[in-house]
Design a binder for this molecule. Structure first.
Ligand SMILES: [Zn+2]
Length: 394
């Protein structure tokens, strides 16, 4: 059987996925006796896509898993930090600093950036959906729009950004929860009717799995929802998946179904909306009686962030390419308004524009290849939500 195109873990660790110019750089440096130089490299970005005012850093844990055992030190802001890209003076805020011999980690640049850039975009998109959906349930359904090799990465990022549940089994294992899902239209089509599918699901699937029936394969939303209530005794909810071609006003459809459910005694049955939703359409559906959302492409297809890795210090002296700021820098954050600033000193006294004193914010992540930082996805997600609340976004 021919191999699939996705790289496996060994290939990533062996730098088989790296850009070849890093391999050539190492070869040149070693041949010229410069491979021993002690350097600092920082991870920063100049601006965010889609005019986002802030982003969620995601993927640090995977970078640590990649670099564990290498002879490097890594410092950085904790994963899940909500950041702006630049300080008030326009200096790029270092999200991560790596220290060691360049030839010991340079070849990993492609992989390390890839582990941060897209996941941070996905976590940010999820956080924006969370801000729109407030306290309502959000399920991440977007894996099918991206390559299956990164399903776990996508689900972890979506969860960290604020989704409640994920659909893939690998993603659920990574975040330490049960995978969540409802029913695909294929089941209705195979069973021949909505009602037959509702009944078969209820008879076959373990009782621990919440009964959320899919509406809009054959029948009208109102009729199918009431039928689901009658057929499935412990029905938890109905998922309205009305296609855009039939939608008219999804908000009014939800309001009507909510009215019908309430008036027929099914007040506890939740309405989950899905199908091409994004932060804007979710905002419009709030207050319609909807209980939650299944969100796919708008999260998994989030724009990637242009984080770059740049050398800023060589053998103790500041260096940088044109357009970047040289020197090993330290990140500070205001505990009150979460603004960030940058200093060449780790003991600086910086006053935030809000009047509060800033605090050193960098934390050691890896020391001589040994892990000194560990946070579970649930802890990181909690940290993201706390910051969103502090910023007044939630
Ligand atoms: Zn402040």
């Amino acid at each position: 059987m021919d191999r699939l195109f996705a790289a496996n873990e060994k290939e990533i660790r062996d730098a088989y996925t790296t850009d070849v110019y890093f391999e050539r750089t190492n070869k040149i440096l070693n041949s010229k006796g410069l491979g021993e130089a002690d350097v600092w490299a920082e991870f920063t970005l100049g601006s965010l896509p889609k005019k986002w005012p802030w982003a969620v850093l995601c993927g640090t844990e995977e970078v640590l898993r990649l670099t564990e055992g290498m002879n490097v030190d890594i410092f950085g802001v904790p994963e899940g930090t909500i950041f702006r890209t630049r300080s008030p003076k326009g200096i790029r805020v270092p999200l991560m600093n790596i220290h060691g011999r360049y030839t010991d980690f340079g070849e990993m640049e492609t992989a390390m950036l890839g582990m941060l850039c897209h996941p941070s975009g996905v976590a940010t998109a999820a956080a924006r959906v969370r801000c729109a959906a407030k306290e309502k349930k959000i399920m991440a359904f977007g894996n099918r729009r991206m390559h299956p090799a990164i399903s776990g990465v996508l689900d972890r990022s979506a969860y960290i950004g604020g989704c409640d549940d994920v659909a893939s089994k690998i993603g659920a294992d990574i975040i330490g929860k049960e995978a969540a899902g409802t029913v695909p239209h294929a089941l209705m089509l195979m069973m021949g009717s909505d009602e037959a599918a509702f009944r078969a699901f209820d008879e076959t699937i373990e009782k621990i799995v919440p009964r959320i029936m899919l509406i809009y394969t054959f029948s009208d939303e109102r009729e199918a929802s009431i039928n689901a209530c009658k057929i499935v005794k412990d029905l938890k909810g109905v998922r309205l998946d009305t296609p855009s071609s039939r939608r008219g006003s999804l908000k009014e459809i939800i309001q009507e179904v909510r009215w019908e459910l309430d008036s027929k005694g099914y007040k506890n049955v939740e309405i989950i909306a899905s199908g091409g939703l994004n932060e804007n359409s979710i905002r419009e559906l709030m207050g319609s009686g909807v209980s939650g959302f299944g969100v796919g492409t708008s999260i998994s297809n989030a724009p990637t962030l242009d984080i770059s890795m740049d050398l800023v210090c060589k053998n103790g002296s500041a260096i940088s390419k044109k357009g970047k700021f040289g020197g090993r820098k330290y990140t500070y954050r205001c505990p009150r308004c979460l603004s960030m600033d940058v200093s060449l000193s780790e003991n600086d006294s910086i006053t935030c524009s809000c009047g509060s004193g800033m605090e050193p914010f960098e934390t050691p992540l890896l020391k001589a290849g040994k892990r000194v930082h560990n946070r579970s996805p649930a802890e990181i997600r909690k940290y993201v939500l706390a910051q969103l609340k502090q910023l007044g976004e939630l």
